[in-house]
Design a protein around this ligand. Sequence first.
Ligand SMILES: [Zn+2]
Length: 343
Amino acid sequence: MNFSSILGHKRQIEVIRRDLSTGQLPPAYLFRGEEGIGKKLTALALAKALNCTSPAVSEAGLTADSCGACQSCRNIDSGCHPNVMTMALEVNPDTGKMRQEIVIPQVRAAQEFISLKAVGSGRKVLIVDDSHMMNEEAMNAFLKTLEEPPDSSHVILVSSKPDSLLPTVLSRCRAIGFSAPDEEAVAGLLMERKGLSHETALMAARLTGGRPGDALAVEPSELLERRKDALKLIKRLPDLSVSQVLKEAEKTSAEGGVLEDIVNFGSAWFRDIMILSAGANESLAINRDLTDELRIWVGRIGGWRSEEAIILLEQTGAALMRTFNRRLTAEDLFLRLKAEILG
Ligand SMILES: [Zn+2]
């Protein structure tokens, strides 16, 4: 993946390439924006351009993009280049479970990496994925690296929640905001890479919120199956007793990703009900293939309550990012959906 093969983000890449071609790259960037839209890919494309041994050059003779084919480019693609390191959430070797935060020993290892001289003529690049997941101690330690960056090294912070970064960290980075490429562009990518029909590709693009990373990662049939399960549960809530709802919450919260599916597919579902209630054309619905059913729900809950549902699901999505008690979050969501929205 080099700059020229990244989907969308033309303006952002333009800025980075300009920095690159003038040799004025800042010591630290912050790539911020929603998850799964290509921030980390862009960071890797920059790391490749900085280390490529036969880069494409600008008219002024400066590096404009990586070749994507040399040994250096291939090593970065496979995650084993001595000049490039990614720090991210990792598995805790003591428990075998994914850590919920980036911890200080990781920062120390990253600092050691960046203090070493670059190999060959390349540059050291440290990418911090989900950088907002650094705990406070880690972030404070990391600040030192940003204050006194070693020569010929670059840090790229990637974050979907930059507000959680310390202001002192933010102020030392040049921020570049990324937004989701439009869904037609994502659909085009799916048609090209996966040979999907236009209609299926568009459906997959919409159900994954226009995030190419997510859209490429799942099969459309799996996506439809997951949507079916998530919506089935939401629609059943009014018919369940409170104790049955609590049982569902327990079950759902124990299965990885199911609660997130309910939040994501549920949000798209209620959004469709809301826009159809407001008289929008059916072609604008995310779940266009379910229009008949959506119409029934428009009559049942209307626009105002679907808007309440969207807010509730948004709050739940945010809570899931920071809470350990998934069961309590699920209970609260299901009970409120039942009592306030669907009942
Ligand atoms: Zn190369």
